[in-house]
Design a binder for this molecule. Structure first.
Ligand code: ADP
Ligand code: MG
Length: 322
């Protein structure tokens, strides 16, 4: 069964808030609950049976894996970050496919769902490796840091909280499973791919090797959206839209933007590194093709955002606004 021909091929990037909230403990039960609520609010995108790719973040899940690995250090083998990302694709691929299948069945829709382990090539000479910025895993006390540093982990100190490992966030260059993803889409399956930004691997003289890094899921989603020729990139996060002058008295919501305006706001540093900035960068890359658009919004305003009444909507030029 193929997706509806009239509806646009869509890639949805789910943020960490899709499966967790600051005031709710992270448990498997809660992740299933959140996923079920999420697919309730995504009903318009499910009911028309459009071709659909789902990507997702994994920060909280990988954080918990690293805590487990640290606690079990004497009893179980350690996990490198590429392995953690791959495992998180398994965990969340299960949560998402189960919850989505249940929603489809409530809607009376029979559709296959294909969660796919996805590797993403990064380059070992990416400038990000000179300046690791992404904090991961447990907090360490001052007396532990010599031992942690011996493992080769760079650390940052946050006054009052302790020390934390930081890793590089290199750019996604290539998605190894893209042909399989396209074939699955053609077969009518909903594809869950590139979880956590993809498992980071390098290629040297044709040889693939996992590397300790995390790739931004929004940038990978834009790349995957381009490689699958998707028309809509929907970035579901925990704010209703992007703002200019965020967190200042002048804060103002950004509605419809063309790529030129988005680039200007990016250059004026309205968007924070590692959170909103990669979403705007992803939007600029993805929407740089006629007939495409990127929507940044939360679950609560999704319905209105799909009809252009809410969220931040980024397109090549404002004339192409539907
Ligand atoms: P996700 O898990 O969905 O990727 P992130 O935390 O990475 O979520 O990004 C969303 C966050 O970006 C918001 O919660 C908000 O705090 C932050 N943010 C930074 N700059 C902006 C901005 N200019 N407009 C809106 N949100 C912003
Ligand atoms: Mg994020």
């Amino acid at each position: 069964m193929n997706g509806s021909a009239s509806a646009e091929r869509t890639i949805v990037a789910l943020g960490g808030n899709a499966f967790a909230a600051p005031d709710v403990p992270l448990t498997m039960e809660h992740q299933f609950e959140f996923a079920s609520k999420l697919f309730q609010s995504m009903t318009p995108l499910l009911a028309d049976q459009r071709e659909l790719i789902i990507t997702h973040g994994n920060g909280p899940q990988v954080g918990q894996m690293l805590i487990r690995a640290e606690q079990a250090r004497k009893a179980a083998y350690p996990l490198s970050l590429d392995v953690c990302v791959a495992e998180s694709q398994g965990e969340l691929g299960y949560v998402i496919s189960q919850s989505l299948q249940n929603r489809f069945s409530e809607l009376g829709i029979t559709r296959s769902i294909a969660p796919l382990l996805t590797r993403v090539v990064v380059t070992a000479d990416d400038p990000a490796f000179h300046n690791p910025t992404k904090p991961v895993g447990p907090w360490y006390a001052a007396e532990q840091i010599d031992e942690i540093r011996q493992r080769g982990y760079p650390l940052i100190e946050v006054p009052g909280k302790g020390f934390r490992r930081v890793v590089a966030s290199p750019r996604p260059r290539e998605i190894l499973e893209v042909d399989s993803i396209n074939a699955l889409l053609e077969s009518g399956a909903v594809v869950i791919a590139a979880g956590g930004g993809g498992t980071p691997v390098t290629r040297q003289s044709g040889h693939l090797q996992g590397i300790e890094a995390v790739i931004d899921k929004d940038l990978t989603s834009a790349l995957l959206g381009i490689l699958t020729d998707a028309r809509l990139l929907l970035i579901l996060t925990d704010v209703p839209c992007a703002y200019q002058d965020f967190n200042t008295p002048q804060q103002a919501p950004l509605g419809h933007l063309d790529i030129t305006a988005a680039r200007e706001l990016l250059e004026q540093e309205h968007f924070a590194e590692g959170s909103m900035k990669p979403k705007i960068e992803a939007a600029i890359q993805f929407s740089n093709r006629p007939g495409t658009r990127t929507i940044i919004c939360n679950r609560e305003v999704l319905d209105q955002a799909l009809s252009g009444q809410a969220g931040t909507i980024i397109e090549l030029s404002s004339e192409s606004t539907s």
